[in-house]
Design a protein around this ligand. Sequence first.
Ligand code: C6P
Length: 415
Amino acid sequence: MTGGGVLEGTGFDVKRIREQFPALDQSVHGRPLVYFDNAATTHKPQRVIDAVSRHDSTDNANVHRGVHTLSQRATDAYERARQRVASFLNTERASEVVFTRGTTEAINLVANAYGGTALERGDEILITGMEHHSNIVPWQQVAKRTGATLQVAPVADDGSLDLGAFEDLVTEDTRIAAFSHVSNALGTVNPVKELTRLAKEEDAAVLVDGAQAVPHLEVDVQAIGCDFYAFSGHKVYGPTGIGALYGRYGRLERMDPYQGGGEMIRSVAFDETRFADPPQRFEAGTPNITGSVGLGEALTFLGEVGQRKVKAHEDRVLDVATDRLSGLDGVRLIGTAPEKASVVSFVLEGVHPHDVGTILDRKGVAIRAGHHCAQPLMERFDVPATCRASFAMYNRVSEVDALVEGITEAVNLFA
Ligand code: C6P
């Protein structure tokens, strides 16, 4: 294969993929945009932009409320999107999909609606040392309220999870284990099926933070065996402000609502309110209807491109970037686990990541420099921040050249 062309034998044509993403076709500081900040958010293909616009132009109405035609169309579109998410995650039923604003809200929902009642003093919540703040702070908050304690499974030097330590930390006191499928700051792919099995042996509920997994891996929640799985639409070619929580129906049924309001009730009287069944019980107020339409379209698009082809292509970009960067003097890679997806994190000796990010921006290369909302993980590696290049289906192998050029310039400038 050539730098930007067709992956031989797979029919994966990056050029054709790129043509579908209008945001990629621009220059930044006079250089062609190289967008390597996909773990923060991905761009949207034209068909997602069109689907959202079409819905707003012709089918806009509130859902589950009106008998009029537009309301029925909007309700159908919303429920179709739910079906789409359900088949994307291979849930047993569509009613196991709760629409949320994104991963953060989905985890907060579980921490409050499940953790808030299931946890008591002496119980333990087990997370890992590579979690995003979204999978730390909600658990700290609920631990404080309930008297439960937070346990943290450590991360090994290469950025893998210390499996032995995780196993030791799962005990009969563990009520919930919550871990990321893929680390946003390191790219480590965790063995979620195995972690779930270990937690289940002690009867703990399991939540998987799938924010960084769904764009890159095929996810099957039934095969994983988890109780909850959370992700965000905007990291998988869909709109911002929409995401989903998978919840095993038996769990959802026994959970109290997260928020109260319209849409989530069966009946309301001043002395008693009866709640709707899941998933409506967890969707108080008018939902992000257009967002759901965009998310459904994004998942259809990803399915049509082919998740395995996308993974093979992204792995190639990751391998080339990892090889090239590890050959540069002064560059230290953070996170070199054997199983990784689409992220290369690094620091330059004596150069602050923000300076590297700024130099790269002048070359049209967008990376993220910072703690990536994973401050405890930065502390683990004894760095205040890292530079992170993260890849998507539309990145070309040849774009790594611009990244290397910018890094080399930063190394020389600050040497
Ligand atoms: N990570 C990143 O640049 P929201 O903001 O709710 O869509 O996703 C939160 C979240 C949860 N878990 C993981 C593993 C994540 O990576 C993120 C978002 C972005 O890495 C923004 S900090």
